[in-house]
Design a protein around this ligand. Structure first.
Ligand code: SF4
Ligand code: FE
Length: 486
């Protein structure tokens, strides 16, 4: 069943999540003005799936049930599916101008399909069947899953079992006939409180001494013992100023946003049928690597958000009357060049994908890492150029209330007029959008998350060094200039 956006919202209302923000329990998560824009962004993944023009990109046919499902719950069956995943990310980035959060669950499901199968083949376990049953449940109910990988990690120089506090990585603390008890936390959890399910995976490759930390499972997001503590974002309280597109002009993007939260698992029970890895430490590295590769591909979302920022930069250039200046035109070309290069990276790792033994298609690891490495840099340059074109008014602009005040409004109208063809209010709106994308709440997703999400830059450099066939490159170089070392 494909849920509509309204059904998705209703389904969240039925959850009883334990959420804290600004030191207080949030009773009504869905309608909280700071959280709601992030719910709206996830709701777009449901809404677009019902629109005929996007159906091909947003939906797929489940190989389990044969039913039409949302692509965010799909297991990629060929490289075409992977390419459509890239297109879906860009599409949604463009429609929301922020992080729409649902990709982490999709990437977790695909990574788990591969690793549970591989574990069974090598160890004789029965995880794959268990995983497929869970997958069928997620697909049938069109659920949003939070993919929870990143542990707090404590002292980075020590492995999990040597940490002064054993809970710095999530671990199994007890085991019963019915399941396992886990304790720990997952940090930076994108879309956590907009999710029906949370899928936990280990964050690093583990050795035998860390076997209790080698654990993967899924839980309903409102399971007993699970608590969410919302992260703050730059300018977040501006979202409390208005309601919807016609108010809260200072927000920049009043309808959409993202969020991250710390999830605490305080001795939480997980029944066996939802456990997908239990101490098989030798497979932790592979699960991390598969998830990371998929998620590095997912950053096609940044090209979609980049489209919005480039559109905003062109618009403010026109409103300022500077759009005909050759250096402004050239900066916009550079922004497009960088943005399309991001798209190329995500597309290429998809097109060069391959079938894993279970049949799931996985992206090309080298190209996914090269792509994500670009993502750690190019959005910053695109943002720098957008700020260059926008001008300083983007950060010195008085508030919406000053524009509306009878005392100061007329002066602001008079002195902040640019190109006479554009209204001062529209000039203010587009400047606030650029501020939102490069310094405000959306900059969390567009900039810092581009840096650290799906692994910080060094993680990709390590993978690039591992994946590149240097011997082959040397062979060709030596052959061409007549070196024979045999
Ligand atoms: Fe998806 Fe992009 Fe948000 Fe990650 S940052 S969850 S890839 S939209
Ligand atoms: Fe991410």
């Amino acid at each position: 069943m494909l849920m509509t956006a309204a059904q998705y919202e209703d389904s969240l209302r039925r959850l009883s999540l334990k959420v804290y923000m600004f030191g207080q329990r949030v009773d009504n998560v869905v309608d909280d003005p700071i959280i709601r824009p992030s719910m709206n962004a996830v709701a777009k993944t449901y809404e677009l799936a019902h629109m005929p023009e996007y159906r091909d990109i947003m939906t797929a046919t489940s190989p389990i049930s044969g039913n039409t499902i949302n692509r965010f719950t799909h297991i990629h069956q060929n490289t075409n599916d992977l390419v459509k995943k890239t297109k879906m990310g860009r599409l949604l980035g463009r429609h929301t101008g922020c992080c729409f959060q649902r990709c982490v669950g999709m990437d977790s499901l695909n990574a788990l399909s591969i690793v549970t199968f591989d574990m069974d083949r090598k160890l004789g376990t029965t995880y794959y069947k268990r995983f497929l049953d869970y997958l069928a449940y997620v697909q049938e109910n069109d659920l949003t899953c939070d993919g929870a990988m990143t542990d707090p990690k404590g002292d980075r120089s020590l492995p999990p079992h040597l940490q002064a506090d054993p809970d710095m990585y999530l671990h199994i603390v007890d085991e019963t006939r019915d399941g396992i008890i886990v304790r720990g936390a997952k940090a930076h959890q994108t879309g956590a409180v907009n999710s029906h399910e949370v899928i936990v995976m280990p964050t690093i490759s583990m050795r035998e001494a860390d076997r209790d930390y080698a654990v993967s499972f899924a839980l309903p997001s409102d399971a007993e013992g699970v608590t969410y503590i919302m992260g703050r974002q730059s300018c977040d309280t501006r979202k409390q100023e208005g309601d919807g597109i016609n108010a809260g002009m200072d927000v920049g993007n009043a309808l959409f946003g993202g969020h991250e939260a710390l999830i605490v698992f305080d001795d939480v029970f997980v029944p066996w049928d939802r456990v997908f890895m239990c101490r098989e430490y030798a497979f932790t590295g592979s699960l991390v690597e598969k998830f990371a590769s998929y998620h590095r591909q997912s950053y096609a979302c940044k090209a979609g958000v980049g489209d919005v920022l480039i559109g905003a930069a062109q618009t403010i250039a026109e409103y300022n009357g500077s759009d005909k200046a050759s250096h402004v035109k050239d900066k916009l070309i550079e922004m497009n060049h960088l943005n399309e290069t991001l798209y190329c990276g995500s597309l290429s790792c998809a097109a060069e994908g391959h079938a894993e033994p279970c049949g799931t298609y996985c992206v090309n690891t080298l190209l996914a890492n090269v792509s994500k490495q670009n993502v750690t840099r190019f959005p910053y340059e695109i943002a720098r150029l957008a700020q260059d074109i926008a001008g300083g008014l983007m950060v010195t602009l008085p508030s919406e209330a000053d524009f509306k005040s009878p005392e100061t409004g007329p002066w602001l109208e008079k002195y902040f007029k640019g190109n006479p063809a554009a209204s001062t209010q529209n000039r203010m709106r587009i400047l606030r959008l650029i501020e939102n994308l490069t310094l405000g709440t959306a900059a969390v997703g567009y900039l810092t998350e581009s840096m650290h999400g799906a692994g910080s830059p060094q993680a990709q450099r390590i993978m690039i060094s591992r994946q590149v066939d240097m011997k082959d490159k040397q062979h060709h170089a030596k052959k061409l200039c007549g070196i024979d070392e045999t």
